[in-house]
Write a new protein. Structure first.
Length: 581
């Protein structure tokens, strides 16, 4: 797909936009005024869309006009997919997610050549992916994007449906009800297989969430894998209402209610594993949007060693959780692994001589020997009320899923100061920020100073796939940045990234690990808390006393070949705001 005149990704967008626009004007397909208007709209959207795509959306050009101009620009021939026979054997050569991501459709194979329909001739990565996956030479043809997308959905959906006919998900405790027409549709074999396929593929792909999102003319389905959303082939929009109805039946929700959010839960057995699906449905402009959180009941909880803490942080963390009383806070955004870390701490401390009670929303995993409480605000069972009650049950170690308000914070601090060890979470960006947050909630500085034992801020980064891990040279700018952050070993260190393979869905990443910022309370930091010092001053003293920041811990894992600079940038702030390329 490489052609004369191609430029790197930094200049590709400009060349494509201006040249396509001029070509369309010369062909008499577009006026100068409409081109200028489209270019302004493109600039306002940060250039995320190709100009040709935007012109079609605005109705200023047809798909055929843009394909014709692209053919002139690149010298690629055009194929009419409505008249072309697509070879099923050629389709089998390419995984659905690759075809969908790059919007390419294999048409036929002739010896060592694969004929492929493409929508974007400037997607240079597509040719590399096709050649790498198939081992064939690629012969690209231009085609209408809408036809490519339609045929991808048609062929790959048929293929997956055929594969799944003999495997049906078993719903545990599904409730049968007298229901109307929408439910009867949802119980048709085709719709049942569609929902089964979506869940089964998500579990097989190690997804943690399934997002089903309706738009005006299309249905989008995405899996969150290793913390990043990946679009997958979706059925036609006409199946959307039936799919949502099927999910509502499985989770025992009100099938007639479409105006209000609903939450539910499904227990299923799939691929010989018991899975909990937490269902959240919200109404949007074009129908109900669904998110299914996947909790694998058969998977084992992580130990402290498996979390990814470096040796020095792990030793300090273990000293904190061995304290007889006090509070340990885990901070970070939703989905950063806070609860998993606290579960690992509980497992490390567990002994029959101690009583453990947790208050969670929801209870994500069951821990043997631990009393776990699911809060239910609808009946008044909140974090604060539950925490107040369990103190009368003589616990030694308490885990509070989240400190959300002043009342919960006050009771947690009271429990810590009366001989209990309390684990909880807080939504702050870094460890010192948790102290500021507690003070903003109205907690007295002397109480915070006395109760806190430590604060752990954390994020999750994707790990380099071990199946396609390759060495590369990042450039002197990267090495200088690392040296400036105190990593002198970066001068001659080897750097790695994933080339992309079947195991990692051609992302170069497989699995996740944590990066951590552990603030251990000592006398100097307690003094700063007592005088309400700003978070920046607390951070500086903590660093002087041995705390590694999230960025520093992430860069340590880059130098060890565990993750990449790009991943650390995705979850932290690199120096000067932008990563060196």
């Amino acid at each position: 797909m490489r052609r004369e005149g191609k430029v790197n990704s930094g200049g590709m967008q400009k060349l494509y936009g201006e040249f396509i626009g001029e070509l369309l004007i010369r062909l008499g397909k577009l006026s100068r005024e409409k081109l200028e208007e489209a270019l302004k709209l493109q600039a306002q959207s940060s250039g995320d869309k190709r100009l040709g795509e935007l012109l079609v959306e605005l109705g200023y050009c047809t798909e055929d006009d843009v394909v014709e101009a692209l053919s002139i620009q690149t010298g690629l021939p055009i194929v009419n997919l409505r008249e072309e026979r697509v070879d099923p054997d050629a389709i089998m050569l390419l995984p659905p997610e690759v075809a969908y991501r790059h919007m390419v459709l294999p048409i036929e194979r002739r010896d060592s050549v694969l004929k492929v329909a493409i929508a974007d001739p400037l997607d240079i990565a597509a040719e590399d992916a096709l050649r790498f996956i198939t081992g064939l030479n690629v012969e690209p043809y231009l085609a209408r994007p809408s036809e490519i997308k339609s045929l991808i959905e048609q062929h790959y959906m048929r293929r997956v449906m055929q594969e799944s006919q003999d495997e049906q998900i078993e719903v545990i405790e599904e409730v049968e009800e007298e229901i109307g027409d929408p439910t009867r549709l949802a119980k048709e074999a085709l719709v049942i297989r569609l929902v089964d396929m979506l869940v089964r593929n998500a579990v097989r792909e190690r997804a943690t969430d399934i997002h089903i999102e309706p738009f005006e003319r299309t249905l989008r389905i995405r899996y969150r894998i290793d913390g990043v959303l990946h679009e997958v082939p979706a059925p036609a929009k006409r199946f959307h209402a039936a799919i949502v109805s099927r999910i509502k039946i499985m989770s025992n929700l009100d099938i007639t209610e479409r105006r209000r959010p609903q939450d539910g839960r499904i227990r299923i057995r799939v691929l010989a594993r018991e899975i909990d699906l937490r269902v959240s449905i919200i109404p949007t402009m074009f129908g109900e949007s669904v998110v299914l959180r996947i909790l694998d009941r058969s998977s084992s909880l992580l130990t402290l060693e498996q979390l990814g803490m470096m040796g020095d942080d792990l030793s300090r963390f273990e000293r904190i959780i061995q304290a007889p009383y006090g509070i340990l806070l885990a901070t970070g955004p939703t989905g950063s692994g806070k609860t998993t870390t606290l579960y690992a701490a509980i497992q490390r401390l567990y002994t029959p001589e101690l009583k453990f009670i947790t208050i969670e929303d929801p209870v994500e995993y069951q821990i043997d020997g631990v009393n776990q409480i699911q809060i239910n605000p609808q009946i008044g069972l909140t974090f604060a009320n539950a925490l107040r009650s369990i103190l009368r049950h003589d616990p030694d170690i308490i885990m509070v899923g989240e400190i959300r308000d002043r009342e919960t914070a006050e009771i947690a601090i009271h429990a810590a100061l009366t001989g209990h060890l309390v684990f909880s979470t807080l939504h702050t960006n870094d460890a010192p920020g948790a102290i500021t947050r507690l003070l903003e909630m109205g907690m007295e500085p002397f109480l915070v100073s006395s109760a806190l034992q430590g604060i752990l801020a954390q994020r999750l980064v994707r790990k380099i796939c071990e199946h396609c891990k390759v060495e590369y040279e990042p450039g002197e700018v990267v090495r200088r940045m690392l040296i400036s952050e105190g990593f002198e070993e970066a001068v001659d260190c080897k750097f790695y990234r994933g080339a992309g393979c079947d195991e990692c869905r051609y992302t170069g990443y497989f699995g996740r690990t944590g990066i951590f910022e552990l603030l251990a309370m000592d006398e100097a930091i307690r003094e700063l808390v007592l005088r309400k010092a700003p978070a920046g001053e607390i951070r500086q003293v903590a660093i002087e006393h041995g705390m590694h920041t999230l960025l520093q811990d992430g860069l340590r894992k880059v130098l060890l070949g565990i993750t990449t600079i790009e991943e650390v940038e995705r979850v932290t702030q690199l120096p000067n705001g932008n990563p060196p390329r």
